[in-house]
Design a protein around this ligand. Structure first.
Ligand SMILES: Nc1ncnc2c1ncn2[C@@H]1O[C@H](COP(=O)(O)OP(=O)(O)OP(=O)(O)O)[C@@H](O)[C@H]1O
Ligand SMILES: [Mg+2]
Length: 300
């Protein structure tokens, strides 16, 4: 990786606390031999907790012992009041902001927060590679698009694939162009982000994640910075991805999208999962008093 710009890209894509932890492959026996592939979760969280500023006056317990299984092909809509921990949960899952305690299993590999010896460079290198692989397989799209202004659309979409080992420039370009084509941005490959609308920038951000051929896509309020017409555009793009079978976790306030496209809805409150059920039925008949209140407030 000699390209200094790509190195910057790495830094941008992996902002947040450096993970100290351990990723281990699951023993074969961990899988229920009777389970079909559909019945095996692609992501499992067990007792995941995270506290910011622990031990100080500013201490906030953000995630409080989350247990969660996500199955392949699910479109999970994550809702809840501001500050309840939705973004932190997504950032914990892809280990940008690793949990303090608990474990996360993703595609048969388990991460847990055991400290790696700082001077064990071999272990640290292996860990960094495992982390990069983990994050690439979980594409993330944020509210702010985070595109590099000095790079073209194509170069922005190539950042991810170029970071992967064993991928040369031609292959990276092919993956990037495939991602751009998928979101209808292949005609704009040579444009700079400043020449694009907000909706187009967000399409490029989605293409950049798709270029890494992820198994899961995480969307954190991907449409909330956009004007209404552009918002519908991006929601359509997300609907298309869902229809193709992509596993998705979507933080959004768009209830119509949640009911129509979501297979499951999770209502979070104060760092815990308060309600979890089939999207349409649960939104139409919520049971948790805080969820009822939350939905009522959204309707007004
Ligand atoms: N890096 C950080 N340092 C300290 N506190 C943080 C940090 N990131 C988040 N928090 C705190 O953790 C809590 C949960 O934040 P988070 O961003 O996960 O909430 P959210 O549900 O995504 O809210 P919103 O709907 O407003 O986006 C908040 O109280 C927030 O202030
Ligand atoms: Mg948030």
């Amino acid at each position: 990786m000699n390209d200094p710009l790509v190195k910057n890209g790495e830094e941008l894509l992996t902002t947040g606390t450096a993970a100290e932890g351990e990723i281990t492959s699951a023993p074969e026996t961990a899988l229920d031999p009777g389970a079909t592939p559909e019945e095996t979760p692609i992501i499992s969280l067990r007792k995941v907790s995270k506290t910011y500023n622990a031990g100080t006056a500013k201490e906030v317990k953000v995630l409080k012992g989350i247990n969660l299984d996500i199955y392949p092909g699910e479109v999970v809509v994550l809702v809840g009041p501001s500050g309840c921990g939705k973004s932190t949960l997504l950032r914990s899952m892809n280990l940008i902001a690793p949990p303090d305690t608990g474990s996360i299993t993703f595609k048969g590999k388990t991460w847990s927060n055991s400290q790696i010896d700082f001077f064990d460079f071999k272990a640290r290198k292996a860990e960094a590679q495992a982390l990069a692989q983990w994050r690439m397989s979980m594409g993330m799209v944020f509210q702010s698009f985070n595109l590099f202004p000095h790079k073209t659309v194509l170069q922005n979409a190539m950042i991810g694939p170029l970071r992967a080992r064993n991928i040369n420039r031609d292959q990276a370009e092919r993956l990037a162009r495939a991602g751009l084509k998928k979101v209808g941005m292949d005609q704009k490959a040579d444009f700079f982000p400043s020449a694009l609308s907000g909706g187009q920038k967000q399409r490029v951000a989605i293409a950049r994640a798709l270029a890494m051929e992820p198994d899961v896509m995480l969307f954190d309020e991907a449409t909330s910075a956009l004007d209404p017409e552009l918002r519908i555009d991006i929601l359509e793009e997300m609907k298309q991805l869902a229809a193709e079978g992509m596993t998705m976790i979507v933080v959004t306030h768009e209830l119509a999208f949640a009911r129509e496209v979501g297979s499951r809805v999770i209502f979070m409150e104060s760092g815990q999962i308060a309600e979890d059920g089939p999207a349409k039925e649960t939104i139409d008949n919520p049971t948790h008093p805080r969820f009822i209140e939350f939905l009522r407030a959204l309707h007004h």
